[in-house]
Design a protein. Structure first.
Length: 297
């Protein structure tokens, strides 16, 4: 397989070039901003993976993926694999109100319609919306990556926090792999404004008990965007836990002011994977993607 690398990716691309041949491709923008690229080698009968950074500039990312895959199909590539570790629009996975789009599904559908044979992503916000695509839509889990990191890097005892029910399945599995305990908070968001109406610490007694044996609590979420969810959870946690608090995210969107919000709330450390290039991307999902591609593609 040969890879086309989105020039917006730095860290993750550097991991993948160690294992795969790169298809030389020129990327630029026309003076008005429109996307231009040119494959500099034939792609006929080749299996091609396109690695696309889903943030920032989600709309460009989706359109770039459509243009690349359609062109690859026209030029008779044998197989086209879309690798979008952060899947844009994944959170609009329902018609929360009548008249809204189900953007997550439409993005996936557009990519398949443009010629992509399989989409590979990581820790997608919710898998259910992609069920109709069956094995064409592959969601890899970063659990193993996080478990290895925690076991290697944290010496004292630690436990995990899921900020809401949506994250509890992941956190429970991660706790199993990392041999630690976990608690789940409860969160309620307003469908009108997107604001968090309420975030509650449940199992406060359990946290107090864990505090006796653990130096660190790790708040784990799939995405940080405004930082609202994580900072509220950390603020509450801070009231009942004296140790170090790590805020850990798979996808670091980190909108302006989200980092100060986390720090003010009491986060001592911030970690993210390199699914999005950020200054906090200390954990690479490169090996996860590489080993999947090597085994399956
Ligand atoms: C929502 O359910 C997600 O899992 C994240 O908790 C959410 O997207 C984070 O967004 P924000 O940082 O804006 O609270």
């Amino acid at each position: 397989m040969k890879l086309v690398l989105d020039p917006n990716y730095q860290g993750l691309a550097a991991q993948l070039v160690k294992k795969f041949d790169i298809l030389p491709t020129e990327f630029k923008n026309f003076p008005d901003g429109e996307v231009y690229f040119r494959f500099k080698e034939s792609v006929q009968e080749e299996k091609i993976g396109i690695l696309i950074s889903g943030y920032p500039n989600q709309n460009d990312a989706v359109f770039k993926a459509v243009l690349l895959s359609r062109t690859l199909e026209e030029l008779e590539a044998r197989n086209i694999i879309g690798i979008l570790p952060y899947f844009p629009y994944a959170r609009q996975d329902k018609r929360f109100h009548s008249g809204e789009p189900i953007s997550a599904k439409t993005v996936a559908r557009s990519l398949f319609d443009s010629g992509i044979d399989r989409i590979i992503t990581v820790d997608v916000h919710s898998e259910e919306v992609f069920e109709e695509f069956g094995g064409q839509f592959i969601n890899l889990s970063s659990i193993e990556v996080w478990a290895n990191y925690l076991k290697k890097e944290l010496n004292g005892g630690y436990f995990l926090i899921a900020p809401d029910k949506g994250r509890s399945k992941f956190v429970k599995k991660l706790a199993g792999k990392a041999n630690c305990d976990f608690v789940t908070f409860s969160k309620e968001r307003s469908l009108e404004t997107g604001e968090i109406k309420e975030l509650q610490v449940v199992q406060e007694q359990k946290i107090k008990e864990l505090s006796e044996e653990c130096e660190t609590a790790i708040l784990s979420d799939d995405i940080i965007s405004t930082g609202g969810t994580a900072s509220q959870a950390i603020k509450k946690l801070n009231k009942v836990f004296d140790g170090e608090i790590i805020a850990a995210f798979t996808h670091g969107v980190f909108l302006p002011r989200s980092v100060p919000k986390l720090l003010r709330a009491g986060a001592d450390r911030i970690l993210a994977t390199d699914s999005i290039d950020t200054p906090f991307s200390k954990i690479s999902i490169g090996p996860l993607i590489t080993s999947f591609l090597e085994k399956r593609e």
